[in-house]
Design a protein around this ligand. Structure first.
Ligand SMILES: Nc1ncnc2c1ncn2[C@@H]1O[C@H](COP(=O)(O)OP(=O)(O)OP(=O)(O)O)[C@@H](O)[C@H]1O
Ligand SMILES: [Mg+2]
Length: 271
């Protein structure tokens, strides 16, 4: 098996109701690169990741995880391999103590109590909430509750971690923290898939970007290659990251993804 093929979609079709196809035959592979899934509202992004979790099943076609057809796996079996942080943390959180919430997933997939505790502690440390372990999640602000939801999925130590809109309700610091969490997970060998509308965040954080449009994949490539294609992005009602846009309108041919990149380039040129 190709180690780089974490998830493989073959002719993947999905409809909620007959005659209204939401995913129209997707063929692609998710590999170890951190991957952003972008696209207009209603493009089918959340539907796609629900299929990965087994919460929905394909109308036709297949999804293989590390070579195995997930049609043969239950939601519970898949949960050991594929974790997902929901868009709204209130859909996920239900315990009265942060540490109980974060240990719940690990215990549910069969981790021993001591291991679950250790994974939960590590996950809380990673998202900067270690000191809030004894607090009630409902007493925390939305931004921290989102981080609790993120920690509770990280603690399950799954190979694949999916984030659905992780930056909603996050301020600058929250976003920077989530960026560093994603980079760290990637470095640890996790496969991170993220649905996101914030193009500046995508440019700064992900190696690969996939553009969903009306149930098809419109673009798929390195983040730089995808953000270079202004015209196709427009078709999907997407904008380039701010720095990319600015530098293009200033007449640069290069595609810059971040301010830092542009500054480094300018400094090198000034020498
Ligand atoms: N449970 C459902 N039953 C019927 N139709 C649904 C259901 N959930 C989603 N849809 C429809 O499927 C399409 C794709 O929805 P989906 O939530 O996957 O889009 P999305 O790309 O995640 O959008 P957003 O960016 O707004 O989150 C939309 O037209 C939506 O109305
Ligand atoms: Mg969605």
């Amino acid at each position: 098996m190709d180690n780089n093929k974490i998830l493989e979609m073959k002719a993947l079709h999905f409809s909620y109701t007959e005659g209204d196809e939401i995913l129209k035959g997707l063929d692609f592979v998710i590999d170890e690169r951190s991957t952003a899934i972008i696209g207009q509202n209603g493009a089918g992004k959340t539907t796609f990741v629900k299929l990965l979790k087994g919460l929905l099943r394909p109308t036709s076609g297949s999804i293989h995880f590390e070579g195995n057809d997930i049609a043969n796996m239950t939601v519970a079996q898949l949960a050991k391999h594929i974790g997902m942080v929901f868009q709204n943390p209130n859909d996920q959180i239900f315990k009265n103590r942060v540490i109980d919430e974060v240990m719940f997933g690990p215990l549910k997939i069969g981790m021993a109590e001591s291991v679950a505790k250790q994974k939960a502690d590590e996950a809380l440390e990673l998202v900067g909430l270690k000191d809030l372990a004894e607090k009630n999640p409902y007493d925390l602000g939305l931004s921290s509750r989102k981080l609790v939801a993120i920690a509770s999925i990280i603690a399950m130590d799954t190979k694949v971690i999916i984030f659905d809109e992780p930056t909603i309700a996050q301020d600058y610091h929250g976003k920077e923290l989530i960026k560093s969490v994603i980079r760290k997970l990637r470095f640890e060998g996790k496969t991170v898939i993220t649905i996101i509308h914030d193009m500046d965040f995508v440019a700064d954080t992900f190696e690969r970007a996939i553009v969903f449009a009306k149930g098809n994949i419109l673009l798929d490539g390195t983040t730089r290659d995808v953000f270079a294609k202004e015209d196709i992005l427009k078709e999907a009602y997407l904008e380039q990251p701010n720095v990319t846009k600015l530098c293009q309108s200033l007449g640069y041919d290069e595609v810059f993804l971040t301010t830092e990149e542009f500054i480094t380039y300018q400094k090198a040129k000034a020498k």
